[in-house]
Ligand binder design. Structure first.
Ligand code: ZN
Length: 307
């Protein structure tokens, strides 16, 4: 199943807010939230979570990585539920202590608030993003047992970012992997989401695929279950390889020029897309990083290299 709505995916597991910018909720004795979407959707997440939990409150919010659209509303949710612990990797905490990174997160959240109407959302909170501290630093491999029935394994999954943590809810076979497994754009194409290291991304994907999840939560757009979850990761790897040969081809044709290559990738990948798509500045930012990453990877073997 390709679940592209809010609401209950499987028993006790929900998509809240908006499927394109989701917060995932695992209900139980000690409910857990995964990721915190956009600042502008803070009240929308709050409303969705309260509708499910009633008078219970979330025990912990687990962050996958430090991108603006995954922790935007974390501070807002913490104000609503001050006892809720925010958890993530040490690197997420380090990034939140860097002023320039916080400014980038704030400005991308502001920009997204202006563009979110394309998702059919009218109630937008325009309060700026504010940084927050993590209450719990998660080590790779850590096993969390928020209640006797829930076990969550924290899996370091670098490649999209270095700070990335995926979460494996073992009894339910739910994997919250966000962009570590790429994102289906709705047409079946899985956008390769490596931003810092292509080989690490493929390695993380391969490793996560061995878990064989029944429910797979990528970063945006939909949750996959059963057969769709099963074949997503192999397909994501295939698209990643195709993307690399496309970019390497453009880089060669443009003699290693990053900006020209980015424009050619955008022409091929982003321009023809209709319907909801990533905001242009974030897309360009990410594509530039991907191209730079692949150019570096080509290294001395590149035709423009004198070495
Ligand atoms: Zn991301």
């Amino acid at each position: 199943m390709r679940w592209d709505k809010t609401g209950k995916v499987v028993e006790n597991f929900y998509v809240v807010g908006h499927p394109v910018m989701p917060v995932y909720l695992l209900d139980g004795e000690a409910p857990l939230l995964f990721d915190a979407g956009l600042r502008a959707l803070g009240p929308r997440y709050e409303k969705g979570i309260k509708a499910i939990l009633k008078d219970k409150m979330p025990e912990m919010l687990l962050l996958t990585h430090s991108h603006f659209d995954h922790l935007g509303a974390a501070g807002y949710l913490k104000q609503i539920w001050p006892q809720m612990k925010i958890a993530g990797s040490q690197k997420v905490q380090d990034i939140l202590h860097r002023q320039r990174a916080v400014e980038t997160i704030r400005s991308l959240n502001r920009e997204a608030a202006g563009q979110i109407q394309t998702l059919g959302i009218s109630s937008i909170d325009e309060t700026p993003f504010e940084p927050f501290d993590l209450d719990v630093i998660l080590e790779p491999g850590l096993l969390l047992t928020p209640d006797p029935h829930t076990r969550v394994v924290c899996i370091h999954s670098p490649g999209h970012t270095w700070d990335f943590m995926s979460y494996w809810i073992s009894q339910k076979r739910i994997l919250v992997a966000s962009e570590a497994v790429g994102c289906d754009d709705g047409t079946g194409y899985i956008c390769p989401e490596f931003l810092v290291d292509y080989d690490a991304y493929c390695h993380s994907l391969t490793r996560l695929s061995t878990l064989n999840p029944r429910v797979l939560c990528p970063g945006h757009g939909m949750v996959l279950t059963d057969a769709d979850a099963e074949n997503h990761m192999a397909r994501a790897l295939g698209y990643a390889r195709e993307y690399v040969s496309m970019v390497e081809g453009f880089l060669k044709a443009e003699a290693g020029d990053i900006e020209q290559t980015v424009m050619r990738v955008k022409e091929r990948e982003w321009d023809p897309k209709s319907g909801p798509k990533q905001i242009e500045s974030a897309y360009l930012l990410n594509t530039r990083v991907r191209v730079r990453c692949l150019k570096e990877r080509m290294g001395a073997s590149a035709p423009w290299s004198s070495g």
